[in-house]
Design a protein around this ligand. Structure first.
Ligand code: BG6
Ligand code: BG6
Ligand code: GLC
Ligand code: GLC
Length: 910
């Protein structure tokens, strides 16, 4: 025989028999506890949640208060037995001091069951009234809204009402965002300037209130008008929210437990009858067996039935006993008082127009006890399930925890708390539970949540401020396009050329391959991410090319050593390649792609003006690179090569693409560096004799801005990157746009945000101090749309950056802002050239193909799209086709070499 917790209660056995089904054995409670555990699991699972009756709603409250919260907040507390508006002052100086001023407002039925818009207008009116009385009108205060109904949240300041519960049933609110509705309603008060930062359930508010005083508090329970509980769940168990780190408070909405029939075995005829007469039949079945709104009614229904069957009042029923709601929870509580209980019972029954005997009073008291005891038992079972879950999540043998409690039933019923505590402790003997009553309601906790939200909002503003520096308006972009055009003209004109920052270097490449080129050529490709040596076999007529290539590393100490070492190394690589291809001794013509600014006087002469990007070998600037290569070959004295052409990578790229598409008259590199070349009319090139035909100009636009004309868009981060570079003050446009620098800009921003305490918990790690950690490929990965946050976090962790999910979001945004600006700046530059070409030719409309190469263009998920969009906007009369150079610029260099070779021969033959 099972023990019943109330078996010691003396009294009326007919009542016991009559209410036999309301008495729950230990076994039954353990069964309910197990069922509730399964229900929680179901609610948390992504696939099972839609059909789960216990919704386990994520609340987006991630941490309990740590004492650092401060400020002045407004709070609304709607949904319990009383509606309150409050002002909460959370102390500064970390003294855990909270001051509250509040005012209650009535919630008449016509408001809470009327039209939704009117309900929110009423709430807004009460708020306005409160602010007027408290003279708060001129202040802009953040508001936390305690809204005690099931809401689906995707963030802290949004909540879609899933369904009304308890006494509320306003029309047109279900399925809508209550934060937005209230915000809209507040607009009617022009003098009201309030920002709703957080929506919290009352259980969450209660938990947070109690956690402010006791950091062990991680559960909140309401046993009031309605009943519900929330607790801190591990993020990894919450399928509905992305991220695995830390914990989040989940509002179980346990009131709906049993709505799928899971509790039919214990529901009685009285429960069914009560449900049918409620505002939400079939819903909140667990709540209806437990909470204050229903307890008195259950007692009334039982008494009525007992009277009908002659078990009470000599079979007499009063008319008042027939009226729904005539017995309330406060009556039940009064009847169960130790000393005055019996007298209270008599008085209450008499007030109902009954004439109870002494035995009747004892029996009625006993009914109350059974009903309220059942309520406490059921709550205890569900709470025990939560505690067990917490203990298991933490993998503890014993759990020490605190449960924050609130609600009128729990507060005013004389026996309820004791019974509940006792049963919980019995059901979970391996938990040391402290029950802490929230004396101040849920608002203090709601203010804590709002305080955190307001801190997050302030931080967000700081982050946005930084990101805004990288946002370019259409007007700014047009301005940049126009300035670029001015610089083009400066570079082309003889007078202005010496001082021009965009150098517009003639390349002596005058025509496109015509398809008649043929032969075997060697090519070098130096200056991009990879150094390559290639053998290119061109077959005439069919426009087909076969290539063999090998990538060689150029160690940093060689890039930045002496010129001799660099060129010796290059020749060493050529020797290796020739060996590898079995070509030693063959004297092949060679095209040298050298991706740095060179002043050329012919196709095979190029004086390095200055190093850019990561190169800084000594004794090269001012020297002819072809000579240096020839000398290095001589020094080695092993083979001879016929160096026919030196070409910039942009030119090589244009040629590679021009071989396929004759319309290709622009070459663009968006890679380690940034540059563009295009075909210009000879008559516009003042530095070179002759007016006939066209010549390719290597713009070296990377130097755009070196005269200060981009200062207005340069950020402090750009300046830092520039200062830390090999060539401070030079290549400013390149440093805002190309792969070698974008990651560095990102790194500088992250350092700054970390210093401001907005990232990485304010800790600047060694890794973050390391130059160059964000290579283009990482930027590209981080920005990929297909990546989940967790993957972004993993990439950052690979880079040695220990980031939270929030950090990862910010890092991704920073990358996005920096790369977007780069793509737009590229777009402005490209628009400048195509527009210039169109105007020069006097065309209304122009079609042109741009050959493109470079890792930034190729790997980045959004760069090419934003570039295209920007060009379209800034050069609407040009139809720009982008053609990706699949084969690199080595092929183009070989083609140029072939053309040059053909021209050489033709000259010789003349
Ligand atoms: C109050 C809280 O103390 O208790 C409310 O401030 C909460 O947020 C209420 O809804 C629950 O109890 P009752 O009995 O008022 O529904
Ligand atoms: C390669 C070309 O494909 O792209 C090189 O062959 C060029 O000539 C390079 O310099 C540019 O891109 P990145 O990203 O390697 O600098
Ligand atoms: C009802 C509501 C729930 C609330 C509880 C206590 O069950 O649905 O959100 O927490 O009442 O007020
Ligand atoms: C740098 C070089 C330029 C090259 C570009 C792309 O800007 O100065 O010559 O074309 O990088 O590699």
């Amino acid at each position: 025989m099972n023990t019943y917790y109330y078996h010691c209660i003396k009294g009326s056995f007919p009542v016991d028999r009559f209410l036999y089904h309301m008495r729950l054995s230990d076994e039954t409670l353990l069964d309910i506890m197990a069922r509730f555990q399964a229900e929680m699991q179901k609610g948390l699972g992504k696939d099972t949640n839609p059909t789960a009756s216990v919704k386990m709603l994520p609340t987006f409250v991630r941490a309990i208060p740590d004492g650092s919260e401060n400020g002045e907040f407004l709070s609304l507390d709607l949904g319990g037995s009383k509606f309150r508006v409050l002002k909460v002052q959370v102390s500064e100086e970390g003294k855990r001091n909270v001051q509250m001023e509040s005012q209650f407002y009535p919630t008449p039925n016509e408001i809470i069951r009327g039209n939704g818009t009117e309900l929110f207008e009423y709430v807004a009116d009460c708020l306005a009234d409160f602010m007027k009385t408290k003279e708060l009108m001129q202040k802009k205060l953040p508001l936390g809204l305690t809204f005690s109904f099931p809401c689906k949240q995707t963030k802290l300041d949004e909540g879609i009402l899933l369904s009304w519960t308890k006494k509320f049933k306003a029309r047109g609110v279900q399925g809508t965002d209550v934060v937005r509705s209230l915000t809209n309603a507040m607009k009617r008060h022009q003098d009201l300037d309030v920002d709703i930062l957080a929506l919290v359930n009352d259980t969450v508010g209660t938990m947070m209130t109690c956690a402010y005083d006791d950091p062990y508090c991680e559960v909140g329970v309401i046993i009031g008008t309605g009943t519900n509980a929330c607790y801190m769940e591990d993020m990894s168990n919450i399928d509905l929210v992305e991220g695995d780190e830390g914990r989040m408070c989940v509002s179980t909405e346990w009131g709906a437990f049993g709505d799928d029939g899971a509790l039919e075995g214990i529901r009685t005829e009285f429960d069914r009858e009560l449900d049918l007469g409620s505002l939400n039949p079939g819903k909140q079945l667990f709540e209806k067996m437990i909470s204050g709104l229903y307890l008195g009614e259950l007692v009334r229904l039982i008494l009525l039935k007992m009277a009908k069957t002659g078990l009470l009042f000599g079979g007499e029923k009063s008319s008042a006993l027939h009226i729904k709601g005539k017995i309330e929870t406060r009556h039940v509580a009064a009847m169960e008082r130790y000393k005055e209980g019996l007298a209270n019972t008599r008085e209450i029954l008499t007030d109902l127009g009954l004439e109870p005997s002494d035995a009747d009073c004892i029996a009625v008291q006993h009914v109350c006890t059974i009903v309220s005891f059942r309520s406490a038992n059921l709550c205890a079972a569900a709470l025990a399930a939560i505690l067990t879950r917490l203990r298991e999540n933490k993998k503890l043998v014993r759990l020490r925890t605190t449960v924050g409690m609130d609600g009128t039933l729990y507060k005013i019923h004389p026996q309820y708390p004791k019974r509940l505590h006792k049963v919980v402790r019995k059901l979970v003997p391996n938990c040391d539970v402290r029950f802490l009553l929230s004396e101040s309601g849920s608002t203090k906790g709601a203010a804590m949540v709002t305080a955190v939200a307001s801190r997050v909002q302030a931080q967000r503003k700081q982050i946005d401020k930084v990101l805004a520096l990288f946002r370019l308006t259409q007007e700014q972009l047009v301005g940049i396009r126009n300035k670029m055009q001015v610089e083009f003209e400066y570079g082309l004109k003889k007078d202005t050329h010496p001082l021009a920052t965009v150098k517009m270097l003639p390349t002596y490449v005058c025509g496109m391959p015509d398809g008649t080129e043929k032969g075997k050529f060697l090519a070098l490709d130096l200056g991009g991410t990879n150094f390559r040596v290639l053998l290119v076999k061109i077959r005439s007529g069919r426009r087909s090319v076969r290539m063999y290539n090998k990538i060689f590393a150029i160690p940093l100490e060689i890039m930045q050593g002496t010129g001799e070492e660099l060129f010796d190394h290059i020749v060493q690589c050529i020797a290796d390649f020739l060996d590898y291809m079995g070509l030693k001794g063959a004297q092949l013509p060679l095209g040298f792609t050298f991706s740095f600014p060179c002043r050329q006087t012919s196709i095979d002469k190029g004086t390095l003006i200055e190093w850019t990007k990561g190169f800084k070998a000594t004794d090269c600037e001012g020297e002819d690179v072809v000579d240096m290569l020839r000398e290095a070959i001589k020094r080695r004295n092993e083979f001879d090569l016929d160096i026919v052409a030196v070409v910039n990578d942009t030119v090589g790229t244009m040629m590679t693409c021009g071989y396929e598409d004759r319309n290709c008259e622009v070459g663009l590199i968006a890679g380690t560096g940034s540059n563009m070349c295009y075909m210009e009319e000879m008559r516009n090139i003042e530095l070179v004799e002759g007016d006939e035909g066209k010549m390719c100009i290597n713009t070296e636009w990377g130097g755009f801005g070196d005269n200060g004309c981009l200062d207005d868009i340069q950020t402090q981060y750009d300046k830092e990157v520039d200062e830390g570079s090999l060539n401070p003050g030079k290549q400013r446009y390149e440093k805002m746009t190309s792969g070698m620098y974008l990651g560095e800009i990102v790194r500088q921003i992250l350092i700054d945000l970390t210093k401001q305490g907005l990232l990485f918990r304010g800790q600047i790690s060694e890794r973050l101090r390391t130059r160059g950690i964000f290579e283009t490929k990482f930027l590209s990965q981080i920005e990929s749309d297909r990546l989940a946050l967790l993957q972004v976090r993993r990439i950052l962790q690979q880079l040695g950056l220990d980031s939270t999910c929030e950090d990862s979001i910010v890092v991704k945004e920073v990358c996005g802002a920096v790369s977007r600006r780069a793509a737009q700046l590229y777009g402005a530059g490209l628009a400048a050239i195509v527009e210039k070409r169109r105007e020069d030719q006097g065309l209304e409309h122009m079609r042109i193909t741009v050959g493109v190469d470079g890792t930034l263009y190729k790997l980045h998920p959004h760069f090419s799209r934003i570039l295209r969009e920007t060009v379209k906007e800034l050069a609407p009369q040009c139809d720009v086709m982008f053609m990706l150079s699949e084969d690199g610029s080595g092929k183009g260099a070989a083609l140029i070499t072939a053309v040059a070779k053909r021209l050489q021969q033709a000259q010789r033959e003349h």
